[in-house]
Write a protein that binds this ligand. Structure first.
Ligand SMILES: [Zn+2]
Length: 102
């Protein structure tokens, strides 16, 4: 099995899974019910992870999941133009309109 995606947001992992399933890629989610044990085990070990069963499909799966990689869990960033702190999900500074630095 190959891990192709992980997120603390289980609904995002679920969406990623349905996307791959709809493309005919078989998947497996580990730690799907992690939220029920949160606090009892180290956080990092219960992060829901999405695996694919067929290693040959890894590249295609990662391509399909690209949009998920750029979602909310992105860290906040610092605008280089105006110095404002911008929330992670935003690709553009809400203050001056500059693009997020690469
Ligand atoms: Zn700015």
């Amino acid at each position: 099995m190959i891990k192709v995606y992980e997120s603390f947001n289980i609904s995002q992992v679920g969406q990623a899974e349905s996307l791959l399933n709809s493309e005919g890629i078989e998947t497996f989610i580990r730690n799907q019910f992690a939220s029920s044990v949160m606090g009892e085990v180290p956080f990092v070990e219960v992060c829901p992870q999405l695996f694919i069963l067929n290693a040959a499909e890894e590249e295609r799966a990662k391509e399909l999941l690209q949009p998920f990689e750029n979602q909310p869990s992105a860290p906040d960033w610092h605008c280089q133009q105006c110095g404002m702190d911008v929330d992670g999900p935003f690709g553009v500074c809400w203050s001056c309109g500059s693009l997020r630095p690469a």
